[in-house]
Ligand binder design. Structure first.
Ligand code: 5RP
Length: 234
């Protein structure tokens, strides 16, 4: 990863952490930007901050544990004060594509029960229109071939994600991932509805009306973009 991009990710993580308050239950995202968040959070916990984190992946769980962040499961907490997570694309309406790191299902579950969702990104993630990044879709393995056919009927080229060993990638929830190349997504809400209607699709990486704040890391600081109105319940 280019050093300047990693600096932007760290700047975004630092600024995102300013939303953390003592006593909070935190959703801990997945990916390289979220990893900066977890490491910095570990430093603050070491300095006396009292929080509990709900990790969105096994990798984040392992990192948070190594950094000394106290953890909780969704059997122990059912409501999260604040989630800080990364993203693959963010459009001007703060609609987001996630799942490049393979954790979209747990990430969306955690985001859906979060009072506030702060997305932390480097500047390369800002786009005018979603869809240049292939949209990840989590499917049940039994249905992966027929799901690919149904996904292609929505206007994309669908590719089953493979792991480094050339066999289908398996998510932390035991599912397969299909990366869907749309090129451009003109109507994200309509597409989300179509994807939700495909039997065998477990969840997709369109996070619409979920992000409250997007923090964009820059070389010398961070830009904060807030939604005009609070989306939850509207
Ligand atoms: C994982 C994700 C990540 O947040 C997304 O891929 C961004 O990752 P990074 O911060 O490494 O650029 O959605 O499922």
């Amino acid at each position: 990863m280019a050093a300047d991009i990693d600096t932007e990710k760290r700047r975004a993580a630092e600024r995102g952490l300013e939303y953390v308050e003592d006593g909070m239950v935190l959703g801990l995202g997945t990916g390289s930007t979220a990893a900066h968040v977890v490491r910095l959070l570990g430093e603050r916990v070491g300095a006396g901050l009292k929080v509990r984190g709900v990790p969105t992946s096994r990798s984040t769980h392992a990192l948070a544990e190594a950094c000394g962040v106290p953890l909780a499961t969704l059997d122990e907490v059912t409501r999260i004060d604040l989630t800080i997570d990364g993203a693959d694309e963010v459009d001007p309406e703060l609609r987001v594509i996630k799942g490049g790191g393979g954790a979209l299902l747990r990430e969306k579950i955690v985001a859906s029960i979060s009072e506030k969702l702060v997305i932390v990104v480097d500047s390369s993630k800002l786009v005018e229109r979603l869809g240049a990044f292939d949209l990840p879709v989590e499917v049940t393995p039994y249905a992966r071939k027929v799901a690919c056919i149904a996904l292609e009927a929505t206007g994309c080229s669908a590719r089953l994600r493979l792991g480094g060993d050339g066999v289908p990638f398996v998510t932390d929830e035991g599912n397969s991932l299909v990366d869907c190349a749309y090129g451009a997504i003109d109507h994200p809400r309509a597409l989300a509805n179509r994807l939700n209607a495909i039997v065998g699709v477990v969840e997709h990486g369109l996070f619409l009306d979920m992000a409250d704040i997007v923090v964009v890391g820059r070389a010398g600081g961070a830009e904060v973009i807030e939604r005009a109105t609070h989306p939850h319940g509207t």
